[in-house]
Design a binder for this molecule. Structure first.
Ligand code: GRF
Length: 206
């Protein structure tokens, strides 16, 4: 029996290494999700080359062409609808999405963040971790809610912070964990093992 795969759109702004991890996961016949669209708000984002190499449908929605956040969000939403996307993965997407868009996709949009949330939200995450002197950092996959980097946590993986780490060496170690955690979290969701219920991520055995 062929089971329908979850139709996912990936939103990017840059390098796209997490997009690549999702592309690689989706290449497996038994992976329960497929990428139906890659959206970038940055016209020359490196991730677009990865989408092209994988023959994925792509859309550039350059935020500089929109006079308001809502009109940008509406343009993205129209692309998602046209591509038949059922679910959104933010992967290094550097635009804040408006509340109306976030509410519309509530429970159907996730993000990956390079720290163990709720520690170190926002930007310069690895600088924050090193400055705080933590011995453990990592990554978090969470549902997106209007408050930045604050949605219900689906999955986390920890990595050590080593003596002498720079933001770059720590980022590289965390990124390796991201590339495993993001496809795993999406798989759980597509299999129905994680659900968004009353503002929480509910994990079930099977
Ligand atoms: C990752 O560290 C991700 O956690 C953060 O932005 C970075 C994006 O990297 N949100 P890439 O574009 O996926 O390579």
């Amino acid at each position: 029996m062929t089971v329908a795969k979850l139709k996912v759109a990936v939103l990017i702004s840059g390098r796209g290494s997490n997009l690549q991890a999702l592309i690689d996961a989706c290449a497996a016949a038994d992976y329960p999700a497929e990428i139906v669209l890659v959206v970038s708000n940055v016209p020359n984002a490196q991730g677009l080359a990865r989408a092209k190499a994988a023959s994925l449908r792509m859309a550039i929605v350059d935020h500089r062409n929109y006079t308001s956040r809502d009109s940008f969000d509406e343009a993205v939403d129209a692309m998602l609808k046209e591509a038949g996307a059922e679910f959104i993965c933010l992967a290094g997407f550097m635009r804040i999405l408006g509340d109306a868009f976030v509410r519309k996709w509530e429970g159907r949009m996730i993000n990956i963040h390079p720290s163990l949330l709720p520690a170190f939200k926002g930007t310069h995450v690895h600088e924050q971790a090193i400055a705080a002197g933590v011995k453990v950092s990592g990554c978090t996959v969470h549902y997106v809610i209007p408050a930045l980097d604050s949605g219900p946590i689906i999955a986390q993986e920890k990595v050590p912070v080593l003596a002498g780490d720079t933001p770059e060496t720590l980022a590289a170690r965390v990124l390796e964990a991201e590339h495993k955690t993001y496809p795993t979290a999406l798989k759980w969701i597509a299999e129905g093992k994680v659900r968004f219920e009353q503002g929480r991520a509910v994990l079930t055995g099977d």
